[in-house]
Write a protein that binds this ligand. Structure first.
Ligand code: PGA
Length: 257
């Protein structure tokens, strides 16, 4: 199964719109040269319209938001709905561990958001991953399996192949301590894809891309992209530096050859 690699930058709560424009001006030309890789930038909401205006389709760079609400509209102060995201973006990050840890997101709310995202034709990047405690207690498989089974409940198999999963062990996020390629590959191939297969059938599960995230840098990216069940990366802090993000995307391209 040929799965096109995807490299997404999660800018988190970094960059004003002016700073975002500056970073995009450094990224757009080199990223345009990198073919065979899907490239996605996920800035804060406030920068999305400005970036949308700068990046026309000839840049081959997708735009994504980092969160949304599951309802379509209404009295939800401070929230953004899927169709509002869709006006500017094709991708949406859902269930990031920071949203789960600091903003009370659960597998159930992730599931509601996922269904809303699919309804509005967004490509969801759904994050799963165990905490350090869970990792040290040997609970990785159990936790990640539950996140997949509950987060992906009642999703139509026909839509499932559009979903992207990001395996991000919480202990590797922002810590500089990435998982090893082999450890991540085992979670992707032995836990996540089998759980997806139970839900959507083997063919659909084989089409779903599973990214690794957690302290990915230009120096360790190739180790991940060389793995058979790792289909790209969700990059946090290294996506804020143009050179690093370009180098990571190039490493994904090189893994295609
Ligand atoms: P990091 O973040 O690359 O800074 O570890 C990854 C993420 O949270 O998506």
């Amino acid at each position: 199964m040929n799965r096109k690699p995807l490299v997404a930058g999660n800018w988190k709560m970094n960059k004003t719109a002016a700073e975002a424009r500056e970073l995009v001006s450094k990224l757009s030309a080199p990223l345009r040269e990198i073919t065979d890789v899907e490239k996605v930038l996920c800035p804060p909401f406030m920068s999305i319209p400005a970036m949308h205006a700068l990046l026309d389709t000839s840049h081959g760079i997708g735009l994504g938001a980092q969160n949304m609400h599951w309802e379509e509209k209404g009295a939800f102060t401070g929230e953004i709905a899927a169709n509002m995201v869709k006006e500017f973006c094709n991708y949406i990050i859902l269930g990031h561990s920071e949203r789960r840890a600091y903003f009370g997101e659960s597998d159930e709310t992730v599931n509601r958001k996922l269904r809303a995202a699919l309804k509005f034709d967004l490509i969801p990047i759904v994050c799963v991953g165990e905490t350090l405690d869970q990792y040290e207690s040997g609970l990785t498989a159990e936790v990640v399996r539950r996140q997949i089974k509950q987060g992906f409940a009642e999703i139509d198999s026909a839509a499932a192949s559009r979903i992207v999963v990001a395996y991000e062990p919480v202990w590797a996020i922002g810590t500089g301590k990435a998982s090893s390629g082999e450890n991540a590959n085992a979670v992707h191939g032995k836990v996540i894809r089998p759980a997806l297969s139970e839900l959507f059938g083997e063919n659909n599960a084989q089409a779903i891309r599973i990214l690794y995230g957690g302290s990915v840098t230009a120096s360790n990216a190739s180790e991940f992209f060389a793995m058979s069940d790792i289909d790209g990366a969700l990059v946090g802090s290294a996506s804020l530096k143009a050179d690093e993000f370009v180098a990571i995307t190039k490493a994904a391209q090189a893994s295609m050859r």
